[in-house]
Design a protein around this ligand. Structure first.
Ligand code: 5AD
Ligand code: SF4
Length: 467
C-alpha cells in the first residue's frame, strides 16, 4: 500500500486540482474518476497543494496508520489554507474515501480545515458539493451508499488515460465481515457492475492504447454482474466468464484481477486460468493466517487446508501460476503456535510476493473488543520473522526467472539512456536496453539477473503472446 498522486493530464481551465491518494488500487481508480468528473468544471492539474484551489485527500481506513496519515496531512494543509485565504485565493479541502465514510462529521470537528467530506459512493456528486461549498451554503456532507448511482453517473468510457495499463472497478463492497476489517463498513454491501458497462469501459480504454487491464473489487471473485444485452437469459455472469469476454476485445493483451477471497473461488475461474492466455498467471489470494483457530476468530470462513487445496488446484490448471497473498500477524489471541502455523503455510505455498501487516485494532470491528490483544513487541518480532521468510521467497522466485524468456509489457523509459522498463506476467519490474518505440508493446526479454525487487535482461527480438 503506497501513497500515490494522480497528476491530471493538462487541460485548459482556470482552477487547479491536487488529489493525493492513499491505500489500495480502488482508490487510485476512484481518484481518476474524481479528476474526470471535475474536468468539465475547468479544473486542471496541480502537482502540489500549494498551487491548488481544490485539494482532495482520497483516504484509506484499513489500518490505523493509514487513517492517521490523513490527519497529519490535514495539519500541514491548515497553515497553507490560511495563508491562501489571507491572500484572497481561497482553497477548498475535501476528504474522500474510506476515512470519509467511516469518520463522517467527526472529521470536520477534528479538522476544521476540511470543507467537504465525501464517501466513496458519491463522487459523482462532487461538482454539486463543491459548488455548494463555494456558495457558502455551509457544511456539505455526503456519505450515503448508492454505488449503483455512482457508476451510472460517472461517465467511465470517457475517462482520461495515460499509459498502457489501467484499473477498472467491476465490483465494490464486501459482505464477508472478517472480524478485523473495516471494509464492509466503509465500502458497504457487495455489488457488481453490469457487464455491458464494463465492456464499454474496457473497449474505450483499448481504443486509447491500453494493453493491460486490472479488474478491481474488494471481493472481485464474488463478481456476479448482470449479463450483457443479448445474453439476458443468462442472468448474471461470474468473473471467469467476464474475463473470457473481455479477452475478446481487440488491443487488450493482458488481464488481471484483484482482490479475491478463497471462499468465492469457483471452478470456472480456475478453468479460465487454464485456457485463457490473456489472463496473467499471477494470482493474489489473501489467507491472513495459517492457523485454523485464528482463521475462525477472523471469520474467514475457510481452513488452512481448504486454502492449500485451492492453490493446488490452481497449479494443476496452470502450472506456471505464481501466488501472492496478504497476512496479518498479532491478531488477538494469536499464540506462538498459531504463528508457526502461518510460517508453515507460507513454506508450503512458496509465494512470489506478499503484503504482511501487524494487526491494527479498528474501533467498531468485532475483533477490537476481543481480549488477549497481542503485545506490540511480540507482534513486531513475528512480523519481522514472517517478512524475512516472504522476502527470501520473493527473491528465490525472481532468481528462478534467470535464463528464461519472459514477455514484457514496456511502459516507460528506464533510469539511464537507452533503457526501457516494463512488467513481466508476474508483475515483476523488468529493465533492459531497447528502443523507445517498444513502449506500449509486449516483447520478449531473456532474464540475465534478478534481485528482490526487479529483473534485468536483454531483448531476444521475439514478440510473443502476453504470457
Ligand atoms: N489490521 C491489519 N491488517 C489489516 N488488513 C485489513 N484490515 C486489517 C487490520 N485491521 C489487511 C489484510 C487485507 C489487506 C488489504 O489489509 O491483510 O487483506
Ligand atoms: Fe475485509 Fe474480509 Fe471483506 Fe477482505 S473479505 S474486504 S478482509 S471483510
Amino acid at each position: 500500500m503506497t501513497d500515490t498522486t494522480v497528476t491530471p493530464a493538462p487541460q485548459r481551465g482556470r482552477k487547479k486540482l491536487f488529489i493525493k491518494t492513499y491505500g489500495c488500487q480502488m482508490n487510485v481508480y476512484d481518484s481518476e474518476r474524481m479528476r474526470d468528473v471535475l474536468t468539465p468544471l475547468g479544473y486542471e492539474p496541480s502537482d502540489s497543494p500549494e498551487g491548488a484551489d481544490l485539494v482532495i485527500l482520497n483516504t484509506c481506513h484499513i489500518r490505523e496508520k493509514a487513517a492517521e496519515k490523513v490527519y497529519s496531512e490535514l495539519g500541514r494543509l491548515k497553515p497553507l489554507k490560511e495563508e491562501k485565504a489571507a491572500s484572497g485565493a481561497p482553497m477548498t479541502v475535501a476528504v474522500a474515501g474510506c476515512v470519509a465514510q467511516a469518520g463522517g462529521p467527526e472529521i470536520q470537528r477534528r479538522a476544521p480545515v476540511v470543507d467537504l467530506v465525501v464517501g466513496p459512493q458519491t463522487y459523482h456528486k462532487l461538482p454539486e458539493l463543491i459548488a455548494s461549498v463555494h456558495r457558502g451554503r455551509g457544511e456539505a456532507l455526503d456519505t450515503e451508499f448508492e454505488v449503483e448511482e455512482k457508476f451510472d453517473a460517472l461517465a467511465t468510457p470517457d475517462r482520461q488515460i495515460e499509459g498502457y495499463t489501467a484499473f477498472v472497478t467491476v465490483q465494490e463492497g464486501c459482505d464477508k465481515f472478517c472480524t478485523f476489517c473495516v471494509v464492509p463498513y466503509t465500502r458497504g454491501a457487495e455489488w457488481s457492475r453490469p457487464v455491458d458497462q464494463i465492456v464499454a469501459e474496457v473497449r474505450a480504454l483499448a481504443a486509447k492504447g491500453v494493453r493491460e487491464v486490472t479488474l478491481l473489487g474488494q471481493n472481485v471473485n464474488a463478481f456476479h454482474g448482470q449479463a450483457p444485452s443479448g445474453h439476458e437469459a443468462d442472468g448474471t455472469w461470474g468473473l471467469g466468464r467476464l474475463v473470457r469476454h473481455l479477452a475478446l476485445i481487440g488491443g487488450i493483451e493482458r488481464i488481471r484481477f484483484t482482490t479475491s477471497h478463497p471462499k468465492d473461488m469457483d471452478e470456472e475461474l480456475i478453468e479460465t486460468f487454464a485456457d485463457e492466455a490473456k489472463l496473467m498467471p499471477y494470482f493474489h489470494l489473501p489467507v491472513q493466517s495459517g492457523s485454523d483457530r485464528i482463521l475462525r476468530a477472523m471469520n474467514r470462513k475457510h481452513s488452512a487446508e481448504e486454502y492449500l487445496a485451492i492453490i493446488e488446484r490452481l497449479r494443476q490448471a496452470r502450472p506456471d501460476i505464481a501466488i501472492s497473498g496478504d497476512f496479518i500477524v498479532g491478531f488477538p489471541g494469536e499464540t506462538e503456535g498459531d504463528f508457526e502455523a502461518t510460517m508453515d503455510l507460507v513454506r508450503q505455498v512458496g509465494y512470489a510476493a506478499c503484503f504482511s501487516f501487524k494487526y491494527s485494532r479498528r474501533p467498531g470491528t468485532p475483533a477490537a473488543s476481543l481480549g488477549a490483544q497481542v503485545d506490540e513487541a511480540v507482534a513486531s518480532e513475528r512480523l519481522a520473522r514472517l517478512q524475512a521468510l516472504l522476502g527470501e521467497q520473493q527473491e528465490a522466485f525472481n532468481r528462478s526467472m534467470v535464463g528464461k524468456a519472459l514477455p514484457v509489457l514496456f511502459e516507460r523509459t528506464g533510469r539511464h539512456d537507452g533503457q526501457i522498463s516494463g512488467r513481466s506476467p508476474y508483475l515483476q519490474a523488468v529493465h533492459c536496453d531497447g528502443p523507445e518505440s517498444l513502449i506500449g508493446q509486449i516483447a520478449e526479454v531473456e532474464i540475465v539477473s534478478a534481485s528482490r525487487n526487479a529483473l534485468a535482461g536483454r531483448l531476444t527480438g521475439g514478440k510473443r503472446s502476453a504470457a
